[in-house]
Design a binder for this molecule. Structure first.
Ligand code: FES
Length: 123
């Protein structure tokens, strides 16, 4: 199953208004994640708002029939992007989406917000 990273491209961190930035923090992180995912089997998409605005920047990691996660409080930096993609790669390689803690990239530690179990439709 393909693992997807969904990046909120409307996230703005505290103080964003004062930076004069011509893009949101979410757009900046999305571009970095998209770049880091190039050449991998991880797919990315952008959405506008994951409803975790107070914890900007936010992303989610999902694959069919696997545990899904939302993560937040990222800064739009390459270390964060590379860690997110590395975690997604481990998620893709896992049987059920559960990645052993020893495999977690440093960049994702402390950023997990929610975990969602896959649906069981009884089939
Ligand atoms: S604007 Fe990014 S979660 Fe709401």
């Amino acid at each position: 199953m393909t693992t997807w990273i969904t990046i909120c491209d409307t996230c703005k961190r505290d103080g964003w208004e004062d930076t004069g930035m011509d893009q949101t923090d979410g757009e900046a992180l999305a571009a970095l994640v998209e770049g880091a995912a190039q050449g991998t089997n991880i797919k990315t998409r952008r959405v506008s708002c994951l409803m975790g605005c107070e914890r900007s920047c936010n992303i989610s990691i999902q694959a069919e029939n696997k545990l899904a996660y939302t993560l937040g409080s990222f800064t739009p930096e390459i270390d964060a992007a590379e860690g997110i993609v590395a975690y997604a790669t481990a998620h893709a390689e896992s049987d059920n989406g559960q990645v052993p803690y020893r495999q977690w990239p440093e960049a994702v530690k402390g950023h997990f917000v929610t975990r969602h179990l896959p649906l069981d439709d009884g089939e």
